[in-house]
Design a protein around this ligand. Structure first.
Ligand code: IPM
Ligand code: MN
Length: 359
């Protein structure tokens, strides 16, 4: 029987609560599909930082490398200055573990309301492949004359051909594997960021021509992309883009698929250990109240099992979520609507786990 070693990082705010539901559902899937999980808890997050003064222990990445995957709740604490935990934990792990892909499916599940008028699940089903280790996120740059009227600040978008090529290859392969429209759209800004997105564009066409003649190549500027997400989301199959643009457009993607409560993502190192997370953040004001929607965390677990090769179990989790969404038991996905439906974080986890167990 396959056994997967999973590192659990609940993190801050409501992170641990939603992760617990994800684990509950993962265990139900393991039971039904005949695999095992061995979990270990890591307490990285704001509380630990405030207690110890240390954001991450120096050996954190090495410890985490011993696992088959990392399952993350959320990072971000209201009492810690913005940037410390995000850079010190989330970005640090993405970089140290070389999780060079941030995979963010944008899929409107049946039963979920989208703010887009006249759009349904048949229109909203695409994947954003966000490069996850380069760009302006490298932190290259600096300040001069800080705090004076002559202050200068720079922060540089850095791209290597190697980094662009490996992200592109993953995206082309993703388009091939999805087998939907067999289309990959490069989202860039070649009219202004001529150096970095010029590199992306050249690499995109070279690789496409040579290695992926079966995949249609399209291009959209990032500003226009936000427009198309709202106007014609059905045009997209797989998008590939840089780190910063990917960050921005996937928040919009999350909204059109029903909100932060349902959007999941994976930080992927195809050759190493990957980390799966709900992308919505820690929602600290709801901590401990058992009111937040755990579906994004549950679906992050689905992505994790899919990544580990447990594709049937992953499909069963999605079905388990959809069965609840279409059951009429939920008035909506907001905290208010979850309460009005007489449901809770743990109750939603229970129902999805039951759905998964019985199939
Ligand atoms: C995300 C987040 C992070 C990012 C922050 C918290 C550093 O917004 O995962 O999208 O910018 O990548
Ligand atoms: Mn973001």
């Amino acid at each position: 029987m396959a056994t997967y070693k999973i590192a659990l990082m609940g993190g801050d705010g409501t992170g641990p609560e939603v992760l617990a539901e994800g684990v509950k559902v993962m265990n139900a899937a393991a039971q039904r599909f005949g695999f095992k999980t061995e979990t270990a808890d890591f307490d990285y997050g704001g509380e630990r930082y405030m207690r110890t003064g240390e954001v991450l222990p120096p050996n954190a990445a090495d410890e985490l490398r011993k696992f088959d995957a990392i399952y993350l709740g959320a990072i971000g604490h209201p009492d810690v200055k913005p940037g410390i935990l995000e850079k010190g934990i989330l970005l640090k792990l993405r970089f140290e573990l070389d999780q060079y892909i941030n995979l963010r499916p944008v899929k409107l599940l049946p039963g979920v309301e989208t703010p887009l008028k006249d759009k349904g699940p048949e229109h909203i089903d695409f994947v954003v492949v966000r490069e996850n280790t380069q760009d302006i996120y490298t932190g290259m740059g600096g300040l001069m004359h800080e705090g004076t009227p002559n202050e200068v600040a720079t922060q540089t978008a850095v791209y290597t051909r190697f980094g662009v090529d490996r992200a592109l290859r993953y995206a082309f392969e993703c388009a091939r594997k999805r087998n939907k429209n067999k289309t990959l759209t490069l989202c860039g800004k070649t009219n202004v960021l001529t150096y970095v997105y010029g590199l992306w564009e050249r690499a995109f066409h070279e690789m496409g021509e040579k290695e992926f003649p079966d995949i249609k190549r399209e291009y959209a500027h990032v500003d226009a992309t936000t427009m198309w997400f709202v106007k014609n989301p059905e045009w997209f199959d797989v998008l590939v883009t840089g780190n910063l643009f990917g960050d921005i457009i996937t928040d919009l993607g999350a909204m059109i698929q029903g909100g932060m409560g349902i959007a999941a993502g994976g930080n992927i190192n195809p050759e190493g250990v990957s980390m799966f997370e709900p992308i919505g953040g820690s929602a600290p004001k709801y901590t401990g109240m058992n009111v937040i929607n755990p579906m994004a965390a549950i679906l992050a677990g689905q992505m994790m099992l899919d990544h580990l090769g447990e594709t049937e179990a992953a499909a069963a989790i999605e079905k388990g979520v959809v069965d609840l969404l279409t059951s009429g038991r939920l008035k909506g996905l907001s905290v208010k609507e979850i309460k009005e439906s007489g449901l809770s974080t743990s109750k939603i986890g229970d129902i999805v786990a039951e759905n998964v167990a019985k199939g």
